[in-house]
Design a protein around this ligand. Structure first.
Ligand code: NAD
Length: 238
């Protein structure tokens, strides 16, 4: 079976009602990164950071996967499909995707402040300020804050290197090192599909790039139809 790797960003969840990072009504229009999404903010003002992610979790309870997420589940019947996402929401899993790697952590999980030995899934409930791990350490959101290392990066590179087809959905590729992942495709013969209503800076790659300038909920199902109907049956499988 040919391997399709799908690299997603906040744009795929926009049609579910979760604000993207940079759009006009984006999250960061209302919050300063340095107040809610850095280790320094957590040390300086724990209550503000915990409350920010509690609000994100409450919102997660209100939204559902859209046709973009669902079409990627259908793709699994025709291709060995694997998702690498920058998103911290769980909409890919809730849609039914079986292979999802979260690069920037997961909103429904907490971990101890010093590492990732202890990770607990709290679903969409609020985190209490004084919640602790069995070893007594305070817990924090299992999210990669700005300025922190990205533990899953190497794993993501491995996955993207195996792609016979790369699909990029709803990411500006502006957040690094995540944005550099598209450069790890095996070679310049790997076809790349981009689904995004706006331009995405990817032309530095010499690969055959097809840009579907649509919202994910419309564009991804159309792309899945094209792939199902053998648009790429001629490409070699590695
Ligand atoms: N849902 C989430 O979990 C979530 C939400 C916001 C931010 N983030 C975090 O912020 C970082 C933001 O980087 P990013 O590149 O994802 O966000 P970004 O805001 O930089 O880029 C979003 C991209 O999505 C596109 N887009 C907007 N609406 C779309 C739609 N309906 N369908 C398809 N594409 C659409 C935009 O044109 C843009 O290219 C990520 O690393 C992520 O961790 C996550």
């Amino acid at each position: 079976m040919k391997k399709v790797v799908v690299f997603t960003g906040s744009g795929i969840s926009a049609d579910s009602g979760i604000a993207t990072y940079r759009s006009e009504d984006g999250l960061w229009e209302r919050y300063r990164i340095e107040d809610v999404c850095t280790p320094e903010a957590l040390a300086r003002n724990r209550a503000t950071v915990i409350d920010f992610y509690n609000q994100r979790r409450r919102q997660l309870a209100e939204v559902a996967p859209n046709d973009g997420h669902k079409a990627l589940v259908e793709l699994e019947q025709y291709f060995d499909t694997e998702i690498v996402t920058q998103n911290i929401d769980n909409l890919h899993e809730r849609a039914g995707s079986s292979k999802v790697t979260h690069l920037h952590g997961e909103l429904t999980k907490l971990r101890e402040e010093s590492g990732e030995q202890y990770i607990v899934d709290i679903g969409v409930r609020d985190q209490r300020l004084d919640e602790r791990a069995p070893n007594g350490e305070l817990l924090r959101p299992h999210i990669v804050f700005f300025g922190e290392s990205v533990p899953m990066f190497e794993r993501a590179v491995e996955i993207i290197r195996k792609a016979d087809i790369l699909v990029v959905v709803g990411t500006s590729l502006a957040v690094y090192p995540a944005g550099s992942l598209v450069g790890y495709v095996r070679d310049s013969s790997v076809p790349i599909y981009v689904v995004d209503p706006a331009d995405v800076k990817i032309s530095f790659l010499r690969n055959p790039i097809t840009h579907i300038k649509e919202r994910a909920a419309e564009g991804v199902p159309k792309l899945v139809e094209r792939l199902k109907n053998g648009e790429l049956d001629n490409i070699k499988c590695h």
